[in-house]
Design a binder for this molecule. Structure first.
Ligand SMILES: [Zn+2]
Length: 248
């Protein structure tokens, strides 16, 4: 009888475990928080990103307030966090929570000013992202060139493609891996300006693309930018896993 009851106890204990394993194996969870300067169409961008990410298999939660950053334990439940908030201000607790969630393993991905020009003058945020928008003296057509050939984010992206939009001039940290760049000789002779990069922040993976002033319009016109955003989101959320020959 002792053996039978012991087996029964084990079964009872294992049932919730089985359910939690099943729950963990569900769709990857994404949080998009949107706001800030309206010139980057934060709400429209969020709607477009939600649709694109759902098509890629993610389950998406959208927030139009930074209060979604108030609880670090809630943030840690997400596989991927997407800042979509040009300029604006973040309080110390929200910034620490966001940083801690990424350090503990949540991915961070975003584009253009929504991630690269958010919360100016917050050094820890800039260090986590790997760069900060400074200016875009040129708006027009420019060429985006692949730098790294074998990174999963660059899968199905051609060696070079033309893009027409604001050409971001950024301050970029030295601890990023640049995946694509562009010629910025018109502003500074000989300068190659990073356009797409990846990095890590603690245990978290970070993806950034400077492309996407008007995501919905530009990504429809230039599908290679769309491909990099989706690949970057999948990589940051660890849907695309580490490859043996690659440190990421
Ligand atoms: Zn812009």
């Amino acid at each position: 009888m002792r053996n039978a009851s012991s087996i029964l106890v084990r079964i009872v204990l294992l049932i919730p475990l089985a359910f939690s394993i099943q729950a963990l194996a569900g769709p990857k969870q994404v949080l998009i928080f949107s706001g800030g300067w309206k010139g980057h169409f934060p709400q429209e961008t969020a709607v477009w990103m939600q649709s694109a990410l759902e098509n890629a298999g993610f389950e998406v939660t959208r927030s139009d307030s930074l209060s979604c950053l108030d609880n670090v334990e809630s943030l840690k439940m997400y596989d991927l966090i997407i800042p979509n908030w040009t300029a604006g201000e973040i309080n110390t607790t929200q910034l620490k929570n966001l940083s801690d969630a990424v350090k503990s393993g949540a991915g961070l991905a975003g584009v253009h000013g929504g991630m690269g020009d958010a919360f100016r003058d917050t050094p820890e945020y800039e260090a986590m992202v790997g760069g900060q928008f400074l200016k875009h003296p040129y708006v027009g057509e420019y060429r985006v060139d692949r730098v790294v050939l074998n990174h999963p984010v660059m899968k199905d992206v051609p060696e070079s493609f033309v893009y027409r939009s604001e050409h971001y001039f950024m301050r970029v940290s030295t601890n990023v891996t640049v995946l694509a760049d562009s010629d910025y000789s018109s502003e500074t002779p000989g300068l190659r300006m990073p356009v797409v990069w990846v990095k890590t922040w603690g245990k978290g993976r970070v993806f950034y693309s400077a492309l996407g002033h008007n995501v919905e319009k530009e990504y429809a016109t230039y599908p290679d930018a769309w491909t990099m955003f989706i690949n970057g989101s999948l990589w940051a959320a660890r849907v695309i896993e580490k490859r043996p020959e690659n440190e990421f």
